[in-house]
Write a protein that binds this ligand. Structure first.
Ligand SMILES: Cc1ncc(COP(=O)(O)O)c(C=O)c1O
Length: 336
């Protein structure tokens, strides 16, 4: 039984590791899911938010009642930052864009964030991200007492996940053969992989990336499912840390999520589906009985209008419902 913790932020981390019994039997290995939705803000990014902002508070870069955190995020990191800022009496300006879902906007406002919506994409690239980052830099330069955590370059993003890997290693008595990471800012992968190296674990690190993401050498392209994949290579990324890279499509994620819900009764987020699709791809190369851990960064409740909406799925992929009954998800695996 976990002892009481001080304040909601004390409940970040120590998430359940669940053996997926049916998937394990199907693949001939032991598959585990690290369910990061059990963090109080609902995702793995609570760890990143706490790691980056707690250090800034400690170092005096943030002062309760006087400082403003400024960040560009429309998803899980924004929720984690909003939760931290509300708890510590810090202002939070969150720069989002027109593609941010109404549900996320409501969530952020309920957590006290000031939300600024960028309505025009960058003129040069047609992408929203550069326009959002430009606005964050502007705010950071002009708002008195502002602080930009900058998750893509902040080493404390990765540092947060030494603990994630420590929890996994402890739960499995050090016998962790594979860990699969849906990868975006690369914080989770880099932090866990460094822990593996420093502690001499015999664990293969598998990056799960999106087709259309530029993280691991594929050309940019359209992507529907947020979380894994990126349109720019983050400074945090260290190519030497991933032993394998698996690329999955949006449809792979949807199929894997729907199959997982049916087989394990776990409603997982879209990028968790990417991890499951990645494990299916790798399974034939994995020695039988191996212990394979998948990071499930968030839960399916944030995807009810997308991954778990029949209308959304049909709009983007046609009538594919037979795929989560009859076929394995498709995808490619390449050694890194
Ligand atoms: C749902 C989801 N999956 C995967 C990731 C990728 O995690 P990381 O940024 O640590 O690479 C994120 C990051 O925001 C996420 O929100």
């Amino acid at each position: 039984m976990r002892p009481p913790v001080d304040g909601v932020l004390g409940a970040v981390g120590d998430t359940p590791l669940v053996r997926l019994t049916r998937l394990s039997a199907e693949l001939g290995l032991t598959a585990y899911a690290k369910l990061e939705r059990f963090n109080p803000g609902g995702s793995v990014k609570d760890r990143t938010a706490v790691s980056m902002l707690r250090a800034a508070l400690r170092d005096g870069d943030l002062v309760p009642g006087r400082s403003t955190v400024v960040e560009s995020s429309s998803g899980n990191l924004a929720v984690g930052l909003a939760q931290f800022c509300l708890y510590h009496r810090l202002d939070f300006v969150c720069v989002v864009d027109a593609k941010t879902t109404a549900a996320n906007l409501r969530l952020l406002r309920a957590l006290g964030a000031t939300v600024e919506v960028i309505t025009e994409p960058d003129q040069l690239t047609g992408e929203f991200l550069p326009a959002r980052l430009r606005r964050v830099r502007e705010l950071n330069a002009t708002l008195p007492g502002s602080f930009w955590p900058n998750q893509y370059a902040n080493p404390l993003n990765a540092r947060a996940h030494h603990e994630t890997m420590h929890e996994i290693a402890q739960a499995l008595d050090g016998r962790v053969d594979y860990v699969l990471f849906p990868t975006g800012s690369c914080g989770t992968l880099v932090g866990c992989a460094r822990y593996v190296r420093v502690n001499g674990l015999d664990t293969r690190i598998v990056a799960v990336d999106a087709v259309g993401s530029v993280l691991f050498g594929l050309p940019p392209g359209p992507r529907l499912i947020p979380g894994h994949g990126a349109s720019v290579r983050p400074p945090l990324l260290d190519d030497t840390l991933a032993d394998d890279v698996v690329h999955v499509t949006d449809l792979d994620c949807v199929v894997a999520c729907r199959r997982l819900a049916r087989s394990e009764a776990i409603l997982a987020g879209g990028s968790s589906g990417a991890a499951v699709a990645g494990l299916h791809r790798l399974a034939t190369r994995i020695p039988p009985g191996s212990h394979c851990v998948m990071i499930f960064p968030d839960g399916g409740d944030r995807y009810l209008d997308t991954v778990y909406s029949d209308a959304w799925v049909e709009h983007h992929f046609g009538d594919v419902s037979g795929l989560w009954r009859d076929r394995e998800p498709a995808g490619q695996v390449s050694p890194c």
